[in-house]
Design a protein around this ligand. Sequence first.
Ligand SMILES: Nc1ncnc2c1ncn2[C@@H]1O[C@H](COP(=O)(O)OP(=O)(O)OP(=O)(O)O)[C@@H](O)[C@H]1O
Ligand SMILES: [Mg+2]
Length: 224
Amino acid sequence: MIKITDLEKYYRTEEVQTVALNKLSFEVKTGEFVAVMGPSGCGKSTLLNILGLLDDPDGGSFLFNGVEVADYNERKRANLRKHNIGFVFQSFNLIDELTVFENVELPLIYTGVKPGDRKIRVEEVLEKMQIMHRRNHFPQQLSGGQQQRVAVARAVVNHPKLILADEPTGNLDSSNGNEVMDLLTDLNDQGTTIIMVTHSEHDAKYSHRIIRMLDGQKVTENVL
Ligand SMILES: Nc1ncnc2c1ncn2[C@@H]1O[C@H](COP(=O)(O)OP(=O)(O)OP(=O)(O)O)[C@@H](O)[C@H]1O
Ligand SMILES: [Mg+2]
């Protein structure tokens, strides 16, 4: 599903240039559950943003289902993204002005799902994430754990083929965290490909393979 080769990303500020990804290469097959680990600043979020078509690389190749997308412009990226990818961000990235229901509904609006069907699908996923009773609340009125459950609900409501999760349990207590990991495992069992960034060895054990990074490069890869 994904094949990156010598992927590069630089950030330039006035004084310094940071190499966020330094010729990074790996492959992820359809149906896999892969964990990405490594110290703070090693490029994990940068990688996920590029894999999620939110950002473009400065060099290298990125094949998505066999198609080269490294040079896609924003419009083409957005189009591919909305039909294929669900994103759980490190910070929840919920829209403050929208209710829980409306936040989760958004991806379905983008892909043209009709209002009646939207209601059924949003309620189904809110039920599953045990956040239905907060459907009319705004994000600021929720705890961190509740916000993350809404963020996961939003990522999965469109039944994406690929879920990218950036520390999905980072702000959760262990019981809420395990719930999120169980949900990701269920989705993976149903065929969804998952790439998850985590600092937690416990969470990484839910995956099939761990890719460890340092300074924008891959250092090891181990199959569990
Ligand atoms: N928008 C930006 N402008 C400049 N530098 C950036 C930007 N985003 C990231 N960086 C730099 O790129 C490097 C990689 O950042 P990234 O966010 O990918 O790290 P990370 O592995 O996700 O870290 P963490 O575990 O703390 O989330 C860091 O050195 C960071 O300072
Ligand atoms: Mg990060």
